[in-house]
Each structure stands twice: as C-alpha cells, then as structure tokens.
Design a protein around this ligand. Structure first.
Ligand code: ADP
Ligand code: MG
Length: 288
C-alpha cells in the first residue's frame, strides 16, 4: 500500500467546486485564514489535473541566489486562453521564458501533457509543440515576410506550403505582402508576422509576451481579436499582457502575478470584477 502525498489529496469541501473555474481564488485570503478548506497549491493541484501544460511551484531567476519566480503555479487546459497580468517587474516575462527554456528553473516542474519538460531547450520545446513570441525582437527585420515564415518552419521545411497557407488564412496580409521586408512593416503588422512565424510549427501551446505593447488602441484591439481567432483554431494560448483590462475580457482564466508569485487567479470575468484586483492592478495599469 502506498500513501499519497498530502498535496494529492486536497481537502476541498466540494470536489466539483474545486474542478470548475467559476470561482475566483483570492490567494491572499486563503493564506490569511486557517479555516480555508484548501491551500492555493492544493486548489492548483486539483484544477491542473489533465492540463495540456502546467507549471508547478516554479522557482527561477537569472543569477544564482536571486530568484525572480517564487513558487509560481500555472496551468492551461487544452483549448484554453489563459492570461497573465501584473505590475511591471512582477516576473511575467520571466515566467514565459522559464516555460520556454530560456530562464533556468531552479526548482519546480513544467509538464506538457505527461512529459516533464523542465529546462528543456527552446528548440526541443518547439519540436514538442510549444511556440513562443517574445515581446521584443520577434521578427527578422532584414528578411521578407515569407523568409520569416520559413525561419518559423526551419525544423520541418517540407511543411512550409501547408503551414504558410494556414497562417495566411489567419493573417491574409502576410500572403499578399509576402515579398515585403519585415523591417518595413508597421508595429501591428510586425506583431502579425511574429505570431505567424510561431504558428508555422503548428504549436499546440502558444506563449505570447505582451503582443499589444506599443500599439495604438485600434491596433491593440486587432491583436486581441487575432489572439481569439488563433485560440479558436484549437491552439491553447498563454498571453502576458500590459493591457490588463482588455486581456481579462478575452481570456477564459487569468493570473495576477506579483513579485514572482500568484496573487489572484480566476476566470477573466471574476478577476475583472474583483474590487481588490481593480484597486491593486487594474486602476493604475489601466491609467498607465
Ligand atoms: N535578462 C535579465 N537579466 C537579469 N534580470 C532580469 C532580466 N530580465 C528581467 N530581469 C529582472 O527580473 C524581474 C522581472 O522581470 P520581468 O520578468 O521582465 O517582469 P515583467 O515581465 O512582469 O515586467 C525584474 O526585476 C527584472 O529586472
Ligand atoms: Mg515583461
């Protein structure tokens, strides 16, 4: 007979309640109250069961002894659109980079389906169906749109015609302007190239770091619409966003990351309507 770790058996009042995503979890409140039926880690454990990708208790940073992520948890079920918001410097980009093998994970684990992918290299992750669009320098400016797409498919060049056609379906301009150099495009167009490039390998999970940053409100809106469309094709999306209010409108679930830890999590709607989240994270960010 084997005994499960306590974390395998969260003492949650209603197992059903723990599985559904309607309720928001105020992580701070559950830390304050001893009477809380389950710790945030236990709730994460219960809800993340069967997730397409999950990060458990990630501790990571750029220098030995200086951790930026302090036991951050995250999961996305197949087909979900998950947002990460939080103040500047909270560790949002670091979290995405850690998922994509670009920041060393000191402890904790990243799991894709059932495979442990902790600290795998980025190219190995791309092969496994993880795509990443960094916030900056995410296109090759001296290359044409088509060449950028070829770079996206370099691990599987034979797939280029089919994949390019699929990407052009989503972003028709990338087809009509395929011979144009990416460096000559507007910020919004470059963002489409960057997302298109990441989609060339037909990822099952797409990690997007602030795709709307630096764009006009109208173009920001277009980016959010595009992200929804990408998600609607079946791609699981994890998006970090500075436009927190807009982000919460489009995501299924969201996380507020603060100082490398989860501060709040819940459905996009429940977070957007939470007075604490509004006061602490949406008010100032929305005005910024
Ligand atoms: N390449 C890097 N080298 C060292 N420290 C970094 C690097 N990138 C980010 N940091 C530090 O990590 C912390 C979190 O940064 P980041 O993940 O970029 O936050 P966010 O994306 O939430 O604004 C900040 O204190 C930042 O200074
Ligand atoms: Mg960032």
């Amino acid at each position: 007979m084997t005994f499960s770790e306590p974390s395998d058996l969260p003492t949650i009042d209603s197992p059903d309640g723990a599985r559904e995503f309607e309720s928001e979890i105020d992580i701070n409140a559950s830390q304050r109250s001893n009477a809380s039926p389950a710790t945030p880690a236990q709730i994460h454990e219960a809800q993340a069961l069967g997730a397409l990708i999950r990060a458990d208790q990630l501790v990571a940073g750029y220098f030995p002894g200086v951790n930026i992520l302090n036991e951050a948890d995250l999961y996305a079920h197949e087909g979900e659109l998950v947002g990460i918001i939080g103040p500047n410097g909270a560790g949002k980009s670091t979290l995405l980079k850690a998922l994509f093998g670009l920041v060393h994970i000191n402890s904790g684990a990243v799991t894709l389906r059932t495979e442990d992918i902790t600290n795998l290299r980025a190219d190995q992750l791309v092969k496994r169906g993880v795509g990443f669009v960094p916030q900056n320098n995410n296109v090759f400016p001296s290359l044409t749109i088509e060449e950028n797409m070829q770079m996206g498919a370099f691990q599987d060049p034979k797939s280029f015609p089919d994949r390019f056609a699929a990407v052009v379906d989503l972003f028709p301009t990338l087809g009509t302007r395929r011979k144009q150099r990416a460096g000559s495009l507007s910020g919004g167009e470059r963002q489409m190239v960057a997302m298109g490039r990441a989609l060339m390998m037909a990822p099952s999970v797409l990690l997007l770091d602030e795709p709307s940053a630096g764009l006009s409100p109208a173009l920001q809106d277009e980016v959010f619409v595009r992200v929804k469309e990408i998600n609607a094709t079946g791609v699981t999306v994890i998006i970090v966003e500075q436009n927190a209010a807009r982000c919460l409108q489009i995501v299924d679930r969201g996380y507020v990351l603060d100082q490398g830890q989860n501060a709040y999590t819940g459905t996009g709607q429940s977070l957007a309507n939470d007075p604490k989240v509004i006061e602490l994270y949406l008010g100032t960010l929305a005005k910024a």
